[in-house]
Design a protein around this ligand. Sequence first.
Ligand SMILES: [Zn+2]
Length: 461
Amino acid sequence: MKKWVLVLFVCVFAFSAQAKTAKNLIWVIGDGMGPSAMGFFMEAIRNSHNPAYPDKQSYLEKFINASDVGLYFNNTHVSIVTDSAGSATQMSTGQFSLPDYIGQDYSGLDVKNIMEEAQARGLSVGVISDAYVTDATPAGFLSHVRSRKQKYDIARQMIDSGADVILGGGLKYFSKGENKKLLKEAKKKGYTIVKNKKQLASAKGKKLLGLFADEAMPFYIEKDLNPNVPTLKDMAQAALRVLSQNEKGFVLMVEAGKIDWALHENDGGASYYEMLGLDETLPVLTAFADKNEDTLIYLNADHETGVPAFSYRHLDEDQVKHKNAQGEMLYGGNTDYIDYKEFDNLAKQNRVLFYVNEDFKKLPKEKQTPAAMQAMMDKALGYHIDLSSLQDPTDYEAVKQRINQAKGLSWNTGAHTSGMLIGVAYGGYDGFTGVYHNTQLKDKMSRALGWTQLPSEEDED
Ligand SMILES: [Zn+2]
């Protein structure tokens, strides 16, 4: 009798000590999406009137509330600041690397990435990006080259990798120059090849290659100008449809790549809309995870870009001149702490400001007037910001600075920072809270997936 109690106790103990493991991993990377960009977007939805959010809560906020949250660093072997290549490599391989390196450690050796390890275990793998698939982040998950600039090599390696889903921009690198025949080869290897939104929606088969733009896909804010191009959400739906056919499971990397581009540009409206494009994708992923309970969704960033935040400003310039060293005058009555209407103003924008300036430069010289710039910017912003007091109201950099000033929107940089990042794990898997480094992520994922042994060791059992 006593013996049975002991056996029962041991069994219960062993069972409860066993951590939950996942079959599928969906790894969502907001490129450049530091804490400021996440906060800027979530706060905008809380305090504005976007009809897509009647409850004034972003899916990102809901997702974080239902998840485990951790903080992590992303420094490389030699540098405090990283780029997308070094970061993607460190995340996917677990090894310290260098900026510009793809799938290689800092000594230049190819190192195994999480996709290769998934494939060795019989899982399906896929990458999708709303920038282009040969860009640094997806490249870091499916290829090994010394420089992210080797886009033709990256494209070839992606097809050679046998990845089951590859969706994004970058058609050129699969169809021109040395890769002129790569699409034909891909077809022979079993890929269904699609090039627009409609084809993607109806695509069938076990392997899917979708290339929707020669270079990068369009910004989300301009999606109405490009109705045949799928969004990140469309691509995620298609990827899940294909990958979930594998009973052993899958690893899917979803990159919201153009958040970084908008942040580099210090374009508030474009940044807001890129976050929106990611946000509308999240419920598709969580619905899948809720239906298939052995799915881990991990959302994070490769690095921080831009660092947008609202900042107060002084309406009385004279007062500012006379402030003391402690900045006492700063808190006088004549300070604008920024009205909530600026959140609604972000949503009014309908173009990327950089592209508006590109259009301006294409006008005949005599039409490149201050009035033309004013009219084009007003139209793109969806409201009027006065540019007339600028020394040169046709100088784009000055125009952009004035627009940000008028919004009260401050930016730390037009580049990347070393800022700490936020990692969000959905699905109830251990190991994703606390403070860590991006080289630990692959190990965390492997544990969550129950990959405690190398595949060769597992085969021997
Ligand atoms: Zn990046």
